[in-house]
Design a protein around this ligand. Structure first.
Ligand code: SAM
Ligand code: GLN
Length: 289
């Protein structure tokens, strides 16, 4: 690429990404270039004429090359925004998704009644720590236990809690589902792996080939983790406590069926995401159960 100004480089990169079939070519080019120039997107817009030095261009071109191979932009720049907070991410953790903010919203709505009371929350499968850190940033009196089977995820989540100033209110534990957990909670929240083996093959390359398999893949049905969270989770919920889970397209009926069969729960509800996909399942542990 010829040495050039910001606008020319953006235009050429956008065209290049478009030819590769990337879904958001202009945005990707802007995020990568602003990261390389240590500015933000508005910094690019205000300096379209600024010339890019050779070393800056070399750094940028190596990022472009990675993106051409469909590596997620978040892994290339090493961070992702979620709930207006910045999370460090690497290829050992799932990139937090916008629809998961709905899970945070539902937890917060549920807690709004409890006012200033200290509340105990358990998150299973914390990944980058996105859900727990977002909830802790809003609920100053909450104490959260967040687990993951991946030690590298637990480490990254801890780092993100530190960076966002909530590490004193989240305990991170490594282990399989409820195995490292003891006690009873007001809320259990989880965005578990929910992709079936069949769906996994159909995932976009940038998800399938770059994000951790253990963050995505459930069993043959995709709802195996939900079943375990429902059946094992009731033992870790206080009576009147709530379970919140994210799920994938087409999973509502199966998840609803398992919740209804399980006498430990009532007040079963669902919330769709902005694409109209039933995304969040919630249920209350029956009072007096
Ligand atoms: N909570 C994060 C988010 O919403 O962005 C990550 C969710 S990701 C879909 C699922 C997470 O569950 C991954 O971090 C994965 O390592 C973890 N996980 C997978 N199997 C698990 C298990 N058996 N016990 C605990 N965590 C598990
Ligand atoms: N929403 C993610 C995807 O579609 C899947 C996350 C999950 O399995 N919990 O790629």
């Amino acid at each position: 690429m010829l040495s050039s100004n910001i606008l020319n480089v953006l235009n050429r990169t956008t065209l290049n990404f478009k030819k590769k079939g990337l879904a958001s070519p202009r945005l990707d080019a802007e995020v990568l270039l602003s990261d390389c120039l240590k500015t933000d997107r508005s910094g690019l817009y205000m300096n379209f004429e600024r010339l890019i030095a050779d070393e800056e261009l070399a750094g940028f071109l190596s990022c472009v090359e990675r993106r051409q191979k469909e590596e997620p932009v978040a892994y290339i720049v090493g961070r992702k925004e979620f709930w207006s907070l910045v999370f460090e991410v690497n290829s050992r953790v799932l990139v937090p998704r916008p629809e998961t903010e709905l899970l945070v919203e539902e937890v917060l709505k549920n807690c709004s009644d409890s006012g200033c009371r200290g509340i105990n929350i358990l998150e299973i499968g914390t990944g980058s720590g996105a859900i727990s850190v977002a909830v802790a940033s809003e609920l100053k009196k909450a104490h959260i236990v967040a687990t993951d089977i991946s030690a590298e995820a637990v480490k990254m989540a801890g780092k993100n809690a530190e960076k966002n100033g909530v590490a004193d209110r989240i305990s991170f534990l490594c282990g399989n589902l409820f195995e490292p957990v003891s006690g009873e909670f007001d809320i259990i929240v989880s965005n578990p792996p929910y992709i079936s083996a069949e769906e996994f093959e159909q995932l976009p390359l940038e998800v399938r080939d770059f994000e951790p398999k253990e963050a995505l893949l459930a069993g043959p049905e995709g709802t195996e983790f939900h079943y375990k969270l429902i059946t094992e989770g009731s033992r870790y919920l206080k009576c009147g406590g709530w379970l919140f889970m994210e799920m994938g397209a087409g999973q509502k009926d199966r998840v609803a069926g398992v919740l209804r069969e399980n006498k430990a729960y009532d007040n079963i509800g669902f919330r769709a995401d902005y694409a109209g996909i039933d995304r969040i399942a919630m249920a209350r542990k029956t009072r007096g159960f």
